[in-house]
Every structure is written in C-alpha cells, then in structure tokens.
Design a protein around this ligand. Structure first.
Ligand SMILES: [Zn+2]
Length: 286
C-alpha cells in the first residue's frame, strides 16, 4: 500500500466544501443566536486562520512530513512493532491520534502557559464553523512537539497522518458549527461522534462545563474518562470566557496579542471546577 500523503488539493477541497455547506446550514438552521455580526467574525477568524496556515506550512509540514516518512521507512512506533495486518494500521493510527489529541486538549486547558494560547480559541463570543479555524499560530507551532511525539510513538505513516488531519478538520468544523440538527439525529450521532450541541457545552462560560467534552472526533474518550457532559439546555449556554467578554477583547489585534500580555484569571474563583453531568445520549437537550 502506498504511504504517500493525500494530495493537498484533495484535503483542501474536502475541508473547503465542508466549510461552505456548514455556512449555508448555519444561515438556514442556526442553533444559537449570534452576539456579533457574522461577517465581521468570520473575516477575523479567517485572518487568524491565514496566520496559522502560514506558520504550519513553514514548520509542521516539513517537520512532520519528514518524521512520518522516516517512521514508515524504519517501521518505528507501536503500530509497526505490533506486526498488525497492513489494512489495520491506518484506522488504528487514526483512532490513536484521536485519543492522544484528547490528552493534548486536556493539557492545553490544564497547563497554565498552554491555556494562554488555547484561550484565543475560546474567547470567541459566538461559536460557529469559523471558530474551528481560529487557533493562534503560536498554539499551532507549540503543538508540533506533541504531534511529533504522536507520530513517533504510535508509528504514523504520512498517509495515515494526512487522513487523520483531513478527518479532524472536517470533524472540527462540524462540531463547532452553529447548526441546529434534529435532536433525535444528534442523540444518535453523539453515541459515536462529537456534535455541535455537545461541543457548545465545552465553550460555555461556566468552568464546570468547559472542563468537559474534550474529544475532537470520537466521543469514546470522554466516555472512558468520565468527562462527557450532555444535559445542558442549549438556551442556557453563554459562549466565551468570563474574563474576556468585552467587545474590545474580541478585536483581531487583541486576540493576536492575548497570549503575550498579562491575563486576568479566566473564571471567577467561586466557579465550581467540576459538576455532575448527564452523559447518556438521550440526556442531550434541545
Ligand atoms: Zn478547548
């Protein structure tokens, strides 16, 4: 089996088409009422995306490209050592990358200097597909160290890495989107995949809700770790981070500088860090 990565044009076309369809659905069936004008936010988030994409083109692509090619050629990593049937390597690599991204997501929330950067993603006061594109370039560059460890330890080929990245981008666009899916459909999907209502809870201004729903693809990881939280009425969710709700915190210069300036505590100290959550799919609320 060829281990060459998916062509960039193919991944790009799949991701761009997903974004286009979600933007259209967001107009037709919005899940949450907007706080800011949509066009201004989308333009801002696309500017953050442009910086992040440029940073990754200069760093992640050469580093991870070379590393994954070497991993495949020398058969390094757990999957190669396990001597599995060839057809199983790619799906297992994708699943293990998804799990280790769950761990990374917990770390960027729990480790205070990492949170300084991930905060840029969370201070968006609305949540839609464009929020999925809004990660500070510095967070993306820092995450390359984790990405390299994932590739090396798991034993990820260039093909498996590119399949995972494309699937992750599609999944991330989908679960950030502001699309009101039929509740029965979403309760079915959330058994397996992260959905818009589920991920909206992670973007809540309440600490106990943000510290839940860390999965990016399969909901299995939140289920295994007891961090799944579904029983929050969507109308009660305020999106954002309490210390950064002012309109001037949302401008492009503010969010680009945010990791490098002094930050107030993100949550009031009285906010409960955890709460007991309903995690059964039928507890997902409208
Ligand atoms: Zn997060």
């Amino acid at each position: 089996m060829s281990r060459a990565p998916l062509p960039l044009w193919l991944s790009g076309a799949v991701v761009a088409a997903t974004f286009g369809v979600l933007l259209w659905l967001e107009q037709r069936r919005p899940l949450r009422a907007p706080v800011e004008p949509k066009a201004r936010r989308v333009a801002r988030n696309l500017a953050v995306l442009a910086l992040g994409t440029a940073a990754l083109a200069l760093t992640e692509r050469p580093v991870i490209g070379a590393l994954s090619a070497r991993v495949a050629a020398r058969r390094w990593g757990l999957l190669h050592q396990a001597a599995l049937p060839g057809w199983l390597e790619l799906p297992l690599a994708v699943v293990l990358l998804d799990y280790t991204l769950y761990v990374w997501h917990v770390l960027v929330h729990r480790v205070s200097w990492l949170w300084r950067f991930h905060l840029v993603h969370h201070v968006d006061r609305d949540l839609d597909a464009s929020t999925a594109l809004r990660f500070h370039a510095a967070e993306l560059v820092i995450s390359i160290t984790w990405r390299a460890a994932q590739v090396l330890v798991i034993g990820v080929s260039p093909l498996a890495f590119s399949v995972w990245q494309t699937a992750l981008q599609v999944s991330t666009l989908f679960h950030h989107s502001n699309v009101r899916l039929p509740l029965a459909l979403e309760r079915g999907l959330v058994r397996v995949l992260v959905t818009p209502r589920m991920h909206g809870i992670h973007h809540s201004t309440l600490r106990g809700e943000t510290d839940a729903n860390w999965s990016s693809g399969l909901t299995l990881w939140d289920r295994l770790h007891g961090t799944l939280c579904l029983d929050v009425p969507q109308a009660e969710i305020t999106i954002g981070v309490p210390a950064h709700r002012a309109p001037e915190d949302a401008t492009l210069p503010s969010i680009l500088l945010l990791p490098f300036v002094s930050q107030p505590p993100s949550w009031p100290t009285t906010d409960a860090a955890t709460r007991r959550c309903g995690a059964r799919p039928d507890e997902l609320l409208p």
